[in-house]
Design a protein around this ligand. Sequence first.
Ligand code: ATP
Ligand code: MG
Length: 138
Amino acid sequence: MSNRTFTMIKPDAFASGYTGAILKQIEGAGFRIVAMKLTRLSAEKAGEFYAVHAERPFYGELVDFMSSGPIVAAILEKDNAVEDFRKLIGATNPANAEEGTIRKLYAKSVGENAVHGSDSNENAAIEGNFFFSAFERI
Ligand code: ATP
Ligand code: MG
């Protein structure tokens, strides 16, 4: 799984109609879509996905936001996928993101920041399994 990462187009970007542009940028950067679905996270599922942040002051806000509307979840494949995808999306806070990155282009704020990207190969596998069955992971 080391050439795979997991992403979500978050509720802010989906609601703003940026899904097509973001997917175009992802494919244009050389990522192959291995699995993808338009879905919604319940508050319970969002809390589970971001459980690592449960003690952070923004956890409640994060759970509310991530369960506020549809998201697009996808598994992506490319050499060095995790690191290259984090570069493509830019810093967590769009104010600090480099020009041309997805968050610089489409994120509203540090909380509503358009996309998720896995931070390690291990988490990429865990997160992909969270959303997709073995059959769906092509
Ligand atoms: P993600 O895991 O969504 O790809 P990230 O790895 O860049 O983002 P994390 O530190 O894992 O950043 O934080 C997870 C998410 O929590 C952020 O993407 C953002 O939506 C939210 N978040 C992080 N810091 C803050 C903050 N200071 N205030 C509000 N929300 C925050
Ligand atoms: Mg993270």
